[in-house]
Ligand binder design. Structure first.
Ligand code: C2E
Ligand code: CA
Ligand code: CA
Ligand code: CA
Length: 279
């Protein structure tokens, strides 16, 4: 109530950063966000070249908080992790993606691959595989439509368990992407141990690729080595044509960023989907 009239996004963000009270309140609200139907998925296209064809989409979570408008995931994923709410929220994300895939299919669209982000706690959850298998089964969605994005840091501890989990997902037909690649600790030789299909180059490298010689070199090296390990590469955070051209010159495979599109609603992404029958 004390925030009346001051609930614009910027203010809220600043306040959240300094106020434990706000954080606590938000934590309580988050408990009800699911049942009140306040969570929503947006989708950002990932493109192929040369003709800007849609390759896949990434599902990105937002919270339509009644007082604070749309809240970005960076503002509540940590909270969800700490409270354990990430488990039911994560399940909701997978289920919602699968229902969306069925909706697209029912409307005659060719189904794009959909990438889903997993946080550390979700990835460690021993029910992860069962839950995903159950949702795929209940919705009838084929596993090959789904890619799971995990970050490098999730690969580091308990490697045997990680290998087991990833092998299991891989055997189900689910693809694995390493998100924010280059910011963690892994070397590519180490990545060989895991069944990984795609590396996503972190957008901090892409951001300065045009001006920063070493970022340029890092990106070139990641792409070359990923390809020699037969992995795909997605560059994220592309905002300019110059960045895109440099990445294309280095034979990056797939491209994501505001240059093409911000994350948009499911209805808006439909404009980018293909109807095979109408071609
Ligand atoms: P991420 O997985 O690295 O997602 C990419 C983020 O970069 C997204 O922010 C996206 O909107 C933003 N982005 C895309 N293109 C550009 C660009 O050209 N320039 C810039 N400056 N930014 C760009 P978003 O949607 O706010 O998500 C932030 C993070 O929240 C994600 O980072 C991911 O780690 C996490 N997240 C999002 N959805 C989920 C989810 O369903 N579950 C979990 N566990 N985490 C999620
Ligand atoms: Ca991601
Ligand atoms: Ca990322
Ligand atoms: Ca990130």
């Amino acid at each position: 109530a004390k925030e009346n009239g001051r609930n614009n996004y910027q203010f809220f963000t600043d306040e959240l950063n300094k106020s434990a009270h706000e954080r606590h309140t938000l934590g309580l609200d988050l408990r009800y966000a699911l049942e009140r139907n306040e969570l929503v998925l947006h989708y950002q296209p990932i493109m192929d070249m040369p003709d800007h064809q849609l390759h896949s989409v990434e599902a990105l979570l937002r919270w339509r908080h009644p007082q604070h408008k749309l809240i970005a995931p960076d503002k509540f994923i940590n909270l969800a992790e700490e409270t354990g709410l990430i488990i039911p929220i994560g399940e909701w994300v997978v289920k919602t993606v699968c229902e969306q895939i069925n909706a697209w299919q029912a409307r005659g669209y060719r189904i794009p691959k959909v990438a889903i982000n997993l946080s550390a706690r979700q990835f460690r959850d021993k029910e992860l595989i069962n839950n995903i298998a159950r949702i795929l089964d209940e919705t009838g969605v084929a596993a090959h439509h789904i890619t799971l994005e995990i970050t490098e840091s999730m690969l580091i501890d308990n490697i045997e368990k990680v290998v087991e989990t990833l092998n299991c997902l891989n055997a189900m037909g689910i693809r694995i992407s390493i998100d924010d690649f280059g910011t963690g600790y892994s070397s590519l030789s180490y990545l060989k141990r895991f069944p990984i299909h795609t590396l996503k180059i972190d957008r901090t490298f892409v951001r300065d690729i045009v001006t920063d010689r070493s970022d340029h070199t890092i990106v070139a090296t990641i792409i070359a080595m990923a390809h020699s390990l037969e992995m795909d590469v997605i560059a994220e955070g592309i905002e300019t044509e110059e960045q895109l051209n440099l990445l294309r010159a280095q034979h990056c495979n797939h491209y994501q960023g505001y240059y093409f599109s911000k994350p948009v609603t499911a209805a808006e992404i439909e404009y980018m989907l293909i109807k095979p029958a109408s071609r």
